[in-house]
Design a protein around this ligand. Structure first.
Ligand code: C2E
Ligand code: MG
Ligand code: MG
Ligand code: MG
Length: 285
């Protein structure tokens, strides 16, 4: 539209755009303070073995309890953190906190009680100098073995170029495991699997949503194909966002060994997640 208007080729300044910019700047400032004041905390969503019902690991999911706004969703503030660069210190805190928590769980419940903690990592972190050293330092400080840590990255972040590739390769060589999050929603899934040292595929929730009575055949086909792909490439397949028994059954039949979702457990405070480690396997069948 700006092009068509000829010499007056200015983009119209929509009031909503200004609101968004103010909101972004405000939120970024508040987030900076919030991090300093300790307003962030982590919840942990259990990842279950769908065959045994046992707990496999936990995904750390950040929460922001804002003093005035109340609870702010990561869907809102993670993009703000990414654009402002705050994701680097925020992500560093998440990584250290999650690894410290896993070490504590293993000390209390035994190393076999929970195999891994999953930590989401933004592309900005992967691109920041010293990320590999930071991960190594956290592992050494917490005494975790590298394979206890699973870093979740999205397809869009790994297409970011050779620098990110080298970072991921170095992490993988260290023994840290890498998961492709929201798998199936990106642009170049298949070629990525050859170019990057991936260990885990996490099928995006949108495909799991397609599994229901009178199912959407297209999404069902993708879900099944991703499980096959994981099997052939000897990757772990995780389905996320399982909300009912039918989805669980069908995904397990397709070959998903692992799953997470509200049907089994929502993201939980660390203490509640720890209690699961002492408990019997969940009922999966
Ligand atoms: P994600 O990594 O794909 O995490 C899964 C999201 O799906 C989580 O939302 C989780 O609560 C939600 N979920 C899991 N099972 C179900 C289900 O059965 N039904 C429904 N409706 N939702 C389910 P959450 O915690 O709001 O996080 C949203 C996104 O924010 C995450 O998606 C991730 O991309 C980002 N995020 C969260 N914590 C961090 C973090 O520490 N660092 C970074 N970089 N990103 C984070
Ligand atoms: Mg994730
Ligand atoms: Mg995901
Ligand atoms: Mg997601």
């Amino acid at each position: 539209a700006a092009k068509e208007s000829g010499k007056a080729s200015l983009v119209r300044f929509e009031p909503r755009m200004r609101d968004d910019m103010i909101n972004h700047a405000t939120l970024a400032g508040e987030l900076r303070n919030g991090i300093a004041r300790g307003e962030l905390r982590l919840l942990y969503q259990p990842v279950f073995d769908l065959v045994t019902g046992g707990l496999h690991g936990c995904e750390a999911l950040v929460r922001w309890q804002h003093p005035q706004r109340g609870f702010v969703s990561p869907v809102e503030f993670i993009p703000v953190a990414e654009r402002s660069g705050l994701i680097v210190p925020l992500g560093a805190w998440v990584l250290r906190e999650a690894c410290t928590q896993l070490a504590e769980w293993q000390a209390v419940h035994g190393a076999g009680a929970v195999e891994a903690v999953n930590v989401n990592v933004a592309v900005r972190q992967l691109r920041s100098a010293g990320f590999v050293d930071e991960v190594a330092a956290v592992l050494s400080d917490t005494g975790l073995r590298p394979r206890n840590l699973i870093l979740e990255v999205t397809e869009s972040s790994v297409v970011d170029g050779w620098q990110v590739r080298e970072t991921l390769q170095a992490l993988h060589d260290m023994g840290v495991r890498l998961a492709l999050d929201d798998f199936g929603t990106g642009q170049s899934s298949l070629s990525l699997l050859r170019a990057f040292p991936v260990d885990v595929l996490k099928l995006d929730k949108s495909f799991v949503d397609g599994i229901a009575e009178g199912a959407d055949r297209g999404r069902l086909a993708v879900a099944a194909a991703v499980a096959q792909l994981a099997e052939h490439l000897q990757l772990k397949a995780v389905a996320e966002g399982i909300e009912n028994q039918e989805q669980l059954n069908r995904l397990r039949d397709m070959g998903y060994r692992y799953g997470q979702g509200f049907f089994m457990a929502k993201p939980l405070p660390a203490a509640d997640c720890g209690a699961l480690m002492a408990a019997d396997p969940v009922q999966v069948a």
